[in-house]
Design a protein around this ligand. Structure first.
Ligand code: SAM
Length: 319
């Protein structure tokens, strides 16, 4: 039987947008990696879910530290959200936005920050400045309005509903688990035969994700990834026009590294929206077995203790 990957895939956009989204890079990712498809596709940093949705593995473990995107996809999976519900919601909220202007955007933002409803997240994500997903230190969504009250025209609502229907069909046809958890918990659950795709926040590029990302944590992740006895692919920026990323030679000398040019369209500042050279580190390194003993022991030894992990990842009581 041919392997599940590499193969040619499309690049469909998911319903949720996030800075660092990999939609356009999925064909390159899918053609760069080798996997039989026998275990689970594991993503500790699933973000918008663009990669998993386009790869469409039969079994997946998808996790993120942002509780809102995880809850959004869990509700799409259990049917609490579907294309019909989204259409009705966006038609009503879009009409209110047209009538009241930016006041309505900020009312929905306050409502979302009080209750965390995934439909409000979708509205905000598609009506905010530049399609960003940014939170302040209190975990409150803080992106301003895009200043287009006429935003939710019928064509846009239909496009979003098609994205919802596409994502829901892939999630419901397959055996996927969505988890709100920090990356160490996800890596600790990796088993032989799984394939791990990692797309963490990029070191040295502040993106305003739901939790902080410091160089020390990036180093810890690199050590944990190198301890995985499974195959993995690790997205990373290689260079932009100002500098190159020291994290790559520091941690991944000796690994196969694929590169391609990419332009990130989502970002708060002009600097974050620049073109860059994108890297995909493919593991394990030559000479290291892809499958071996269960990963728990080597991974756990390079992960933070329970106490230190909880100090940088605190769960709001509502989830
Ligand atoms: C670059 S984005 C992933 C983009 C994704 N591949 C896509 O195509 O949309 C990085 C993700 O890592 C998540 N994240 C940040 N810190 C995390 C942590 N400590 N544990 C798990 N996820 C984290 C962010 O919430 C964000 O969704």
């Amino acid at each position: 039987m041919p392997p599940f990957l590499p193969r040619r895939t499309g690049a469909h956009a998911p319903p949720i947008k996030i800075q660092g989204i990999k939609t356009r890079l999925v064909p390159w990712i899918a053609e760069s990696i080798h996997w039989q498809g026998d275990g689970r596709w594991v993503e500790p940093f699933m973000g918008s879910c663009a990669v998993a949705l386009n790869i469409a593995p039969a079994r997946a473990l998808l996790a993120d530290s942002n509780p809102h995107i995880v809850r959004f996809y869990q509700q799409l999976q259990n049917g609490a959200i579907d294309a019909r519900i989204v259409r009705q919601f966006l038609e009503e909220e879009g009409a209110a936005l047209l009538r009241k202007g930016e006041t309505h955007y900020y009312d929905v933002r306050d409502r979302f920050n009080a209750r965390g409803d995934p439909l409000d997240l979708l509205f905000l994500n598609r009506a905010c400045f530049n399609g960003m997903m940014r939170f302040n230190g209190k975990g409150h969504f803080n992106v301003p309005f895009c200043r287009k009250p006429e935003r939710f025209r019928p064509a846009l609502i239909t496009r979003i509903c098609n994205q919802i229907a596409w994502a829901a069909s892939i999630i419901r046809e397959n055996d996927w688990v969505f988890k709100w958890q920090p990356w160490p918990d996800t890596l600790a659950a990796v088993a032989p035969g799984d394939f791990v795709y990692l797309d963490p926040p990029y070191v040295g590029r502040h993106a305003g994700y739901h939790s902080q990302w410091e160089a020390e944590q990036a180093d810890r992740l690199a050590h944990a990834v190198k301890g995985l006895p499974t195959r993995f692919a690790y997205s990373m920026w290689k260079a932009n026009r100002y500098r190159s990323n020291a994290h790559l030679p520091k941690h991944f000398a000796g690994y196969r590294i694929e590169t391609t040019a990419h332009f990130y369209h989502l970002g708060a500042s002009e600097r974050l929206r620049n073109g860059m050279q994108e890297a995909l580190v493919i593991g394990p390194a030559a000479g290291r077995a892809a499958c071996g003993p269960t990963p728990q022991a080597p991974v756990a030894s390079s992960l933070p203790s329970q106490a230190s992990a909880s100090s940088w990842f605190s769960r709001p009581s509502s989830c």
